[in-house]
Design a protein around this ligand. Structure first.
Ligand code: ASP
Length: 319
């Protein structure tokens, strides 16, 4: 008989662990209240899929996650990956900032063992919760040899996404996530892998203890005032991501503010407000700024991860 894979579950809260006060009004609920053991109990067949161990790391609504939580989570993931009895890791997480935590862990992790994030759009006591199915799928993927070497993944609504590409695209749909033009990596039930994920040559170190760098995101609309950049600098931002119109198109009125920021050592990152930027067209802009194809929230993650580890953010913003 084939040996069951070992999967370590790290629970952080989210709607998957949420409870609605009234079962018939599942849109009103508190995230992150059910303990991890109860999540596991909601999927009786799970023990047949993998040998499970469990850790309750946080009990948060993911809107309240911070870069310090990303660092703590990455450390917990690394500790699990180092265990001989663990073949894969599952992280349960709120869907609102799942893509940020998953991308941070992806940037700092190099292991062939699968690390799979999952969550849910409906609380655990909704009439038809999606959490149990997502958890079953995530554990199945984490236990699967087919998922090895694909980097950090997220499994939701029967789709396998790469942490690099996933975005929450709808705040209410059960099928809330998209991987844009890159497309999903595969599907579940049964697992099918559709495309390769090109591994990074190296990972960033996890940021050491101590304060993490402040990185702000400014969303720029037509006529937005460039003194917002100065305000972010004055509040202590080490880098500022500008979420710009079109393909990260900087209004002329902002050029001087970007030049002044560079002179005082603050990195400006030019990102596309709409997410799906076109890399070859982004190029150098004759400006002391980094242009990235990452969507603004992920450009912020990469900047925090790199600056926090004492690295130049440029190559990580092209991750
Ligand atoms: N606000 C919740 C969270 O991010 C939403 C969810 O999990 O779907 O924790």
């Amino acid at each position: 008989m084939q040996k069951r894979a070992g999967v370590h579950l790290i629970a952080t809260g989210g709607t998957i662990a949420g409870l609605a006060e009234e079962e018939n009004a599942p849109q009103h609920y508190t995230a992150g209240v059910l303990p991890a053991e109860q999540l596991l109990a909601s999927v009786p067949g799970l023990a047949g899929v993998a040998r499970l161990t469990v850790e309750q790391l946080y009990s948060l609504d993911s809107r309240d996650m911070t870069p310090e939580h990303w660092r703590g989570l990455a450390r917990a993931v690394h500790a699990a990956l180092a265990r001989d009895d663990v073949d894969g890791v599952v992280v349960t997480h709120g869907t609102d900032t799942l893509e940020e935590s998953a991308f941070y862990v992806d940037l700092v992790t190099q292991s062939p063992k699968p690390v799979v994030f999952t969550g849910a759009m409906r609380p655990a006591n909704a009439p038809s919760p999606d959490g149990p199915m997502n958890l079953l799928d995530a554990v199945t993927v984490a236990a699967s040899p087919e998922a090895r070497g694909l980097g950090v993944l997220a499994v939701l609504h029967q789709r396998i996404h790469a942490a690099r590409d996933i975005t929450k695209a709808w705040p209410d749909r059960l099928d809330a996530f998209s991987s844009g033009d890159c497309g999903v990596v595969g599907r579940t039930a049964p697992i099918q892998i559709f495309r390769a994920v090109v591994p990074r040559e190296k990972a960033l170190p996890i940021a050491p203890d101590g304060p993490l760098p402040r990185v702000d995101v400014l969303v720029i609309g037509a006529g937005s005032a460039p003194d917002m950049l100065e305000a972010a600098r004055e509040k202590g931002a080490r880098a500022v991501v500008l979420a710009l119109p079109g393909n990260a198109s900087l209004p002329d009125a902002w050029r001087d503010a970007v030049i002044v920021a560079a002179k005082v050592g603050v990195t400006t990152v030019l990102a596309a407000r709409c997410g799906n930027a076109v890399p070859p067209k982004m190029g150098k802009r004759n400006l002391p700024a980094i242009v990235t194809a990452l969507p603004p929230a992920k450009a912020r993650v990469a900047s925090v991860a790199a600056l926090g580890a004492g690295s130049d953010p440029e190559s990580w913003l092209h991750a």
